[in-house]
Design a protein around this ligand. Structure first.
Ligand SMILES: Nc1ncnc2c1ncn2[C@@H]1O[C@H](COP(=O)(O)OP(=O)(O)OP(=O)(O)O)[C@@H](O)[C@H]1O
Length: 360
């Protein structure tokens, strides 16, 4: 991160009556970052976004934008713009009028507006729709107009509150790619809010997972997916196997745990637990491999396939593990591998870097 972040959130807290929306949140966002706030309903994502936009004031703490304390500044004074889920376009104005109105509000003169309007319409490939009304556009096109309107005044920070929520699944994927590419090309700082983990993984440079008004984990999509720090993150992002066992100790780089009398080796992204402590570890489904004899890997357990689910590009295989009280592991393999495993006893194995010991 560069010397001074574009956004510095310094210990903000917010309550609504008895409900705690945010608890002492501190966070820096660098210029040009695509940061996503991800979490279940009520975890404080929108409150953070609204505080950044100036629509809400924190009870304590400060928001520094580009070196300036904007905590008490109203929205119109901030160099920030917002894209809403329902687009909030004016239905009685054409696409061009919707966008130029946003520029007029920023006090731009007529020549400046005309120039900027042409620029942004062409950049977002909206030229053909300039004279249409929002009601004459598809959901994806409306979304693009809303984005054009928000980007036109060249804000330092763009806030996006579940902006793709109204789009159907197929269009959503396409718009996600477009949005990410626009963010890359403009090198704008995007603060994106969603409860959709797949969307967060697809688009973000960095994801902040929120839980009950606090940061649960903050990292790149890959870090959060493969090295979750807590059970909450492991379960919220993607599908995973959770193994409950006992902490045994440390061997070189590896954390050693006992699971039904078997020794397993993993790593601990959030610190090494005390010896003897009950612990839970997470292994992603695609990290399990199958072998007919015991492989030379730090973790190998024997079991029998009890179920196969064909999922198109891959197959989910459920394994009942021997010498446990009925523990099951689930793996993703390609369909041919899944069929080839057979019904005999097999070994399922994974390396220590694929198993994260979690903070509860
Ligand atoms: N204006 C308000 N008045 C009272 N309580 C509020 C208000 N705004 C938010 N809250 C409460 O604050 C908490 C956090 O809300 P927030 O909207 O930030 O969550 P969220 O993560 O954005 O959820 P969602 O995904 O459902 O939008 C919730 O418990 C919510 O009920």
């Amino acid at each position: 991160m560069s010397a001074s972040p574009l956004v510095h959130i310094d210990g903000i807290s917010k309550r609504f009556g008895d409900a705690v929306a945010l608890e002492h949140l501190s966070l820096d966002i660098a210029q040009g970052e695509f940061v996503t706030f991800l979490g279940p309903s009520g975890c404080g994502k929108s409150t953070t976004l609204r505080i950044l936009g100036g629509f809400e004031r924190p009870d304590t703490g400060r928001v520094i934008l580009d070196g300036e304390d904007v905590t008490m500044q109203p929205p119109e004074k901030r160099h920030v713009n917002m894209v809403f889920q329902d687009y909030a376009l004016f239905p009685h104005m054409t696409v061009r009028q919707n966008i130029s109105f946003a520029l007029e509000l920023k006090g731009m003169d007529k020549t400046g507006i005309a120039r900027r309007l042409d620029e942004i319409m062409s950049f977002l490939e909206l030229d053909a729709y300039g004279d249409r009304y929002p009601g004459q556009l598809s959901g994806g096109q409306r979304q693009r107009v809303a984005l054009a309107r928000a980007l036109a005044p060249d804000p330092a920070l763009l806030l996006l509150d579940e902006p793709l929520g109204a789009l159907d699944a197929k269009l959503r994927g396409q718009v996600q790619r477009e949005l990410k590419s626009i963010q890359r090309q403009t090198h704008k700082t995007f603060f994106f809010v969603t409860h959709d983990q797949e969307e967060a993984l697809t688009m973000s440079d960095r994801i902040v997972v929120m839980n009950h008004g606090r940061v649960e984990q903050d990292g790149t999509p890959e870090e959060l997916y493969f090295h979750p720090a807590s059970r909450f993150v492991a379960e919220f992002i993607g599908e995973t196997n959770l193994l409950s066992g006992k902490m045994r100790g440390v061997e070189g780089e590896a954390v050693v745990m006992e699971w039904f009398g078997q020794t397993l080796r993993g790593h601990a992204p959030s610190g090494v637990p005390a010896e003897g402590a009950p612990i839970t570890a997470s292994v992603r489904l695609e990290k399990l491999g199958f072998h007919s004899s015991r492989p030379d890997l730090p973790n190998a357990v024997q079991g029998r396939v009890i179920n196969r689910t064909f999922l198109g590009s891959r197959m989910a295989v459920d394994l009942l593990v021997e010498q446990t009280d009925g523990a099951k592991l689930r793996a993703f393999v390609d369909a041919e591998t899944g069929q080839a495993i057979g019904d005999d006893l097999v070994w399922a194995a994974w390396d220590s870097d694929s198993m994260a010991v979690l903070r509860d």
